[in-house]
Write a protein that binds this ligand. Structure first.
Ligand SMILES: Cc1cc2nc3c(=O)[nH]c(=O)nc-3n(C[C@H](O)[C@H](O)[C@H](O)COP(=O)(O)OP(=O)(O)OC[C@H]3O[C@@H](n4cnc5c(N)ncnc54)[C@H](O)[C@@H]3O)c2cc1C
Length: 301
């Protein structure tokens, strides 16, 4: 079967694109590693219109229900290659192939690692990249959070509900990247102490993480360390296609078109500077609309 549209990635961008495509009655398939994408890791979402406050898990559940209600076909898996054969794109997952006339790339990004020795050894043994997933393991413990963005501050606030003490370690001298409301909450939280102008240079411990060393010479005893230092776009899959990138993110125009005809991109994987749910959803909607219009104009020509 040849689909009108295949969407790669089932985060907010991909699923919103699916909602629009289904309502345009396109024959659409979503292929995603996991439903909800990064949103499922969000502790509390307070900046999405219509919800004063909603957890990432609840948001994901509602999005999934909406897509399922439209009977969109979803396959759980990782696309390992995309090939262009004549006017069609053929995607591989394991040994199966799926072809479509149009593709939307909505693969988001992956958490950036510190790159320190022992970092991978301590994952699950004190080091974590997801406070929402792991915060409850640190009841009455002492933990650190590295980073200064909204993600880092919200991770620290969540951790403060479990841990006795939370250190935020940030290389800059203020939280200029974060929303003022989160900064105020952090400043007013007695359990959270911020250490500015500092980088972690060493992870200490034998079998489990026991602490960190900072570049100012200071050593902190920690039971857990949450790394929230940004992300890297998932563009490996498209390396051989010749899609134009800008600082490693997919370059799109105002219609979410890439430089390759028939391939659109949406969400955290694009060069949009605001990596948020609302922008991912908006780009997903625009990408689906553009794919729909392009397909219709081809049918009518
Ligand atoms: C802890 C945390 C808290 C956050 N809080 C907020 C908040 O309060 N408000 C807000 O607006 N934003 C928040 N964000 C940001 C928000 O989650 C992202 O901007 C949003 O999820 C981006 O959506 P996306 O669909 O572009 O990508 P993603 O959500 O990253 O989804 C992409 C999906 O594609 C999958 N994928 C990748 N490669 C392939 C492949 N080859 N085949 C199949 N699937 C693939 C990935 O596994 C992933 O599931 C938060 C993020 C984090 C990490």
């Amino acid at each position: 079967m040849i689909y009108d549209l295949i969407i790669i990635g089932a985060g907010p961008a991909g699923l919103t694109a699916a909602i629009y495509a289904a309502r345009y009655k396109m024959n659409v398939l979503v292929i995603g590693e996991q439903i909800g994408g990064m949103v499922s890791e969000a502790h509390e979402i307070c900046n999405f219109p219509t919800y004063k406050k909603i957890t990432g898990t609840e948001f994901t559940k509602k999005l999934k229900e909406q897509v399922e209600n439209l009977k969109v076909e979803i396959i759980y898996g990782v696309v390992t290659s995309i090939e262009k054969i004549d006017s069609l794109y053929t995607l591989k997952i394991n040994l199966k192939e799926y072809s479509a006339k149009k593709i939307i790339l909505a693969m988001g990004s992956e958490k950036r690692k510190l790159g320190l020795e022992n970092e991978s050894k301590f994952v699950g043994k004190g080091v974590s990249y997801c406070a929402t997933c792991d915060a409850s393991f640190f009841k009455n413990k002492v933990v650190g959070v590295i980073g200064g963005s909204n993600s880092a501050l919200t991770a620290a606030l969540l951790l403060s509900k479990f841990a006795d003490k939370v250190y935020i370690i940030y290389r800059q001298d203020n939280f200029f990247r974060a929303e003022k409301m989160w900064v105020e909450e952090v400043e007013n939280n007695d359990k959270i102490k911020t250490i500015f102008n500092s980088n972690v240079t060493e992870l200490k411990g034998n079998n489990v993480l026991e602490g960190v060393k900072l570049d100012n010479g200071q050593e902190l005893k920690l039971d857990g360390l949450f790394i929230e230092i940004g992300s890297i776009p998932n563009v490996k899959l498209i390396e051989s296609l010749g899609i134009e990138l800008e600082k490693n993110y997919i370059k799109t125009d105002e219609k979410q078109r890439t430089n390759l005809k028939g391939i659109f991109a949406a969400g955290d994987i694009t060069n949009n500077p605001l990596k948020q749910i609302i922008t991912a959803c908006a780009e997903g909607a625009i990408a689906a609309n553009s794919a729909h219009l392009e397909l219709n104009s081809e049918k009518n020509s």
